[in-house]
Design a binder for this molecule. Structure first.
Ligand SMILES: CCCCCCC[C@H](O)CC(=O)SCCNC(=O)CCNC(=O)[C@H](O)C(C)(C)COP(=O)([O-])OP(=O)([O-])OC[C@H]1O[C@@H](n2cnc3c(N)ncnc32)[C@H](O)[C@@H]1OP(=O)([O-])[O-]
Ligand SMILES: NC(=O)c1ccc[n+]([C@@H]2O[C@H](COP(=O)([O-])OP(=O)(O)OC[C@H]3O[C@@H](n4cnc5c(N)ncnc54)[C@H](O)[C@@H]3O)[C@@H](O)[C@H]2O)c1
Length: 308
């Protein structure tokens, strides 16, 4: 099955698969990113434990993974629906769930964190896991905007800590940014690069600088689009059409903000706004109002736009 999975997602040869050192992965946070990372890791033959704070949330994560797998399979196994069903069954068997992070990390080669974008919450989590995970376990954060060094400082394994930044939707987006801090060992960086390749992704490396590569360029575009809409310079629909047809983006910046989640967008803006030299990220009243009303985008069926 692992061979089929590699063919399906990456086209990597089975010899690439033999180089994999990371076999068992624990993913903390079963939201849109954690569920996506779990899906792709299980689809490429890894044993996955997905952790969140309650069984109810984890049930939804499993439904999300299965729904996304169905969309993948509809295309890839178009002529062989039975093989597609078998693929889904095999992948789902590789995903265990747990509401207990402590026991989930015990046998893990890699822990990928994809919880809320909040430095203190991430540090608290890693401080706890550092005492429980085996010494060889690599820790990685999927943070969009926080410093990897700052998160890693809560552990005693800075050499085994890096950033692994996936893109949404994980099943479709080919890029992974691998972020090394000055303390990250070469072995850890190489393991994370190899792991990304085995997932069928194209890894790029970045220093631990604000926004890494993609968000350094993408976040200003999204924030500026929100401001443009807030000022009434153009409608949200026209801003999105303009960037799709005029700049070739697959989604406009306002619909992309809804897709990412306005709670995450707000946290990122607040984090970036701490840089006094950069006025671009000062808060937006409209964004704050939507988040306060629980309208955080696609995941709550309403954000800037309504869904269904
Ligand atoms: C200010 C702060 C900003 C914060 C920024 C931080 C964000 C973060 O750190 C970084 C990011 O991620 S940045 C964000 C980076 N992300 C971007 O920039 C994303 C930009 N958008 C895109 O690339 C495209 O619009 C998509 C690929 C999402 C959808 O493709 P489309 O052509 O527009 O439309 P479609 O009709 O919907 O889908 C067509 C087919 O694709 C397949 N498929 C789709 N979703 C799937 C899934 N979840 N599972 C499985 N399969 C999935 C499926 O086969 C589907 O067919 P179906 O018959 O419907 O099943
Ligand atoms: N949404 C995106 O487009 C995107 C893309 C790349 C990176 N990221 C980053 O990934 C992370 C997660 O984003 P998301 O969009 O998946 O968020 P989300 O809100 O969809 O999911 C976060 C999940 O983490 C869970 N959680 C919170 N605290 C926890 C804890 N202590 N232990 C276990 N689970 C916990 C929540 O219950 C929730 O299910 C953030 O750091 C975000 O910046 C997001």
């Amino acid at each position: 099955m692992a061979f089929v999975a590699h063919q399906l997602f990456s086209g990597f040869s089975s010899s690439a698969a033999r180089n994999v050192v990371i076999k068992s992965v624990t993913i903390i946070g079963g939201g849109q990113m954690g569920a996506g990372i779990a899906q792709v890791a299980a689809s490429t033959g890894h044993s996955v434990t997905l952790v969140d704070t309650s069984d109810d949330i984890l049930k939804k994560s499993i439904e999300t993974i299965e729904g996304s797998l169905r969309r993948v399979v509809k295309k890839k196994f178009a002529d062989k629906p039975e093989a597609g069903e078998e693929f889904i069954r095999n992948v789902m068997q590789k995903v265990l769930t747990s509401a207990d992070a402590a026991s989930a990390v015990r046998g893990s080669d890699l822990v990928v964190e994809a919880i809320a974008e909040n430095l203190k919450v991430k540090q608290d989590l890693f401080r706890r896991l550092d005492k429980l995970a085996p010494p060889h376990t690599i820790f990685a954060s999927n943070t969009s905007s926080l410093s990897i060094s700052d998160i890693a400082s809560s552990t005693n394994r800075p050499d085994k800590f890096g950033g692994l930044h996936f893109f949404n939707p994980v099943a479709m987006m080919k890029l992974v940014e691998v972020i090394g801090t000055p303390a990250t060992s070469q072995e850890t960086s190489e393991s994370l690069m190899n792991f990304s390749k085995v997932l069928g992704k194209t890894p790029v490396s970045s220093k631990d600088t604000s926004g890494f590569i993609v968000n350094r360029l993408l976040v200003p575009c999204i924030v500026e689009a929100i401001r443009m809409y807030e000022r009434g310079d153009a409608s949200k629909e026209d801003i999105d059409i303009a960037m799709k047809l005029g700049a070739g983006h697959p989604m406009g910046p306002i619909e992309l903000a809804d897709y990412i989640g306005l709670d995450t967008v707000k946290s990122i803006m607040e984090g970036e706004a701490k840089d006094p030299d950069n006025p671009l990220f000062a808060s937006s009243d409209l964004l704050n109002k939507l988040v306060a009303e629980g309208k955080v985008g696609r995941k709550t069926a309403e954000g800037f736009y309504k869904y269904k």
